[in-house]
Ligand binder design. Structure first.
Ligand SMILES: *Cc1c(COP(=O)(O)O)cnc(C)c1O
Length: 491
């Protein structure tokens, strides 16, 4: 399997693409073709998560041996997850939730970031790269800790995480700044997530800087969802969820299933699209946005326009105006034309917008955009809780709202699965504001205790473990000083 950049005709193997992260031309890697699902749908319910993972990924990552890939998978999806099912499907009233938050940092980023460090270190050995890899990561809140947990203590790697100061929840911030491993560095940036992401991309594209570090024995890679090593592991849980839905009798093997995805950087939902291309019977992919509804407008009008106010919402991991992974869909929609795609991306960089053709728009018919206001998110958390005592976090609530709205607007009777992307314990305050009739405690950990009383689910280790932890990372930098911060750390 070869991987090609969305902005030029250069190709690489899977392991090389994982090491590189971002292509030299600034484009993202995509497989030149999508392999067909290697197992009949009727057999899916009997497979464990690890078995499903191997079957889904083996043809994408075909320069890894069976033994290597199975070893990586086994190390990723183990007791770090608090359930053997890894990603259980929970029925709450008339909706199904695929819980992707049972990993070490209680957000769906763990699904891919538990695996990526193993794929990456294996890829390095395979390609005889004897440099120390430096993972540069921009985070809107959840990727940061998931990447720190994945790479912390992994030999031959260092990880630097940039997060927007004031743009993540208190628990998210604490999770990151209490990280102990000596190969980790966490830096707050005086800007928003887009600033962090652009800053990291700039460092990636700085040839002189890369050369300088190369001489010191370092090479950069990315743990953001621009890395193909993040995207491919995310295809797995769509296939797995389909198997669970067949297994629990909600659908028959072969029947279409829709997925509703709380979307930010467009990585999660794009993995669903690739699952469909593999032959999984996926109907619509409902792209759920919060008040930063640039994707909703895009699917409606074919115009992507980031020139608008950036809103801080209760679903911070979706507070994004430039969805990086959308580039991959744009590239596919224009007939895999790297020249056309590059033009559009240059227009985005220069003017903040671009418009696609009618033909490209037609390619996007599998997607359906819905967005939710903050009030609708709160109301959704409350109504799901009132109806059946089930608690969802604000990101999941954006999707639960979109799922209902899509069903109303389309009149469909087809089943759908809502991707549940974070544990409510990561966002206790917003959740309590929606469901608690009493006054809310001021302290985050008291909030978690209160939520535990109302819900009954045990407080996860990811929260318990930071209750009394020491703050170890205190650096704050200006947007323009991100590169210096990297250089300083690598001195
Ligand atoms: C990252 C994240 C999202 C958005 O996923 P993308 O792949 O960036 O679209 C949604 N919810 C939560 C909780 C997240 O951490």
């Amino acid at each position: 399997m070869q991987y090609k950049s969305t902005r030029s005709s250069a190709t690489l193997t899977a392991s090389q693409a994982i090491i590189k992260g971002l292509a030299d031309d600034g484009g993202l890697f995509l497989p030149v073709s999508v392999p067909k699902l290697a197992i009949p749908l009727e057999k899916l319910p009997a497979l464990s998560y690890c078995e499903t993972a191997y079957l889904v990924m083996k043809d994408f990552l075909d320069d890894f041996t069976e033994e290597e890939l199975k070893d990586c998978i086994g190390k990723a999806y183990d007791e770090k997850f608090d359930t053997k099912e890894i990603a259980p499907v929970h029925q709450a009233n008339d909706q199904y939730f695929l819980e992707l938050y049972h990993g070490a940092t209680i957000a769906f980023k763990d699904m891919a970031l538990s695996l990526l460090p193993h794929l990456l270190t294996c890829a390095m050995k395979k390609n005889h790269v004897d440099k120390e890899v430096v993972i540069l990561t921009a985070t809107s809140g959840d990727t940061g800790k998931a990447a720190l947990a994945g790479f912390g203590g992994v030999k031959g790697t260092r990880i630097i995480v940039f997060y927007p100061k004031g743009g993540v929840s208190h628990i998210q911030e604490l999770q990151m700044v209490t990280t102990k491993e000596s190969n980790t560095k966490v830096i707050a940036v005086k800007g928003n997530f887009d600033d962090c992401q652009s800053g990291v991309k700039k460092i990636f594209n700085d040839e002189a800087f890369k050369k300088e570090l190369d001489e010191k024995g370092f090479c950069f890679s990315s743990a953001n969802s621009i890395n193909i090593g993040r995207l491919i592991p995310q295809i797995v849980y769509y296939v797995y969820a389909y198997g669970r839905m067949v297994g629990n009798g909600a659908i028959k093997a072969g029947e279409e299933l829709n997925f509703t995805v709380p979307t930010g950087n467009f990585g999660n939902i794009l993995a669903g699209f690739l699952a469909k291309k593999m032959g999984l019977p996926v109907g619509k992919l409902i792209c759920a946005s919060n008040e930063n509804n640039v994707l909703f407008d895009f699917f409606k009008t074919g115009v992507y326009d980031r020139n608008r106010n950036f809103v801080l919402t209760t679903s911070p991991s979706m507070d994004i105006l430039i969805s990086s992974n959308l580039e991959r869909l744009i590239y596919l929609s224009c007939g895999e034309d790297d020249v056309k795609n590059r033009e559009l991306m240059e227009s985005l960089a220069k003017t903040g917008k671009y418009e696609i053709t009618e033909e490209m728009k037609a390619y996007l018919r599998d997607f359906y955009g819905v967005w939710a206001t903050e009030e609708q998110v709160k109301e959704t958390i409350r109504s799901v809780y009132d109806a059946c005592g089930y608690v969802i976090d604000p990101h999941t609530a954006v999707a639960a709202f979109a799922d209902k709205k899509w069903k109303e607007e389309s009149g469909t009777v087809a089943k759908s699965v809502v991707l549940s992307t974070a544990s409510p314990y990561k966002f206790s305050e917003s959740v309590l504001k929606a469901i608690d009739k009493e006054s809310i405690p001021a302290d985050d950990f008291a909030m978690a205790d209160r939520l535990c009383e109302l819900w009954g689910e045990k407080i996860p280790n990811a929260v318990e473990g930071i209750r009394n932890a020491e703050i170890l990372h205190k650096d704050v930098c200006e947007i323009a000083a991100m590169k210096d911060a990297v250089a300083g750390y690598l001195q």
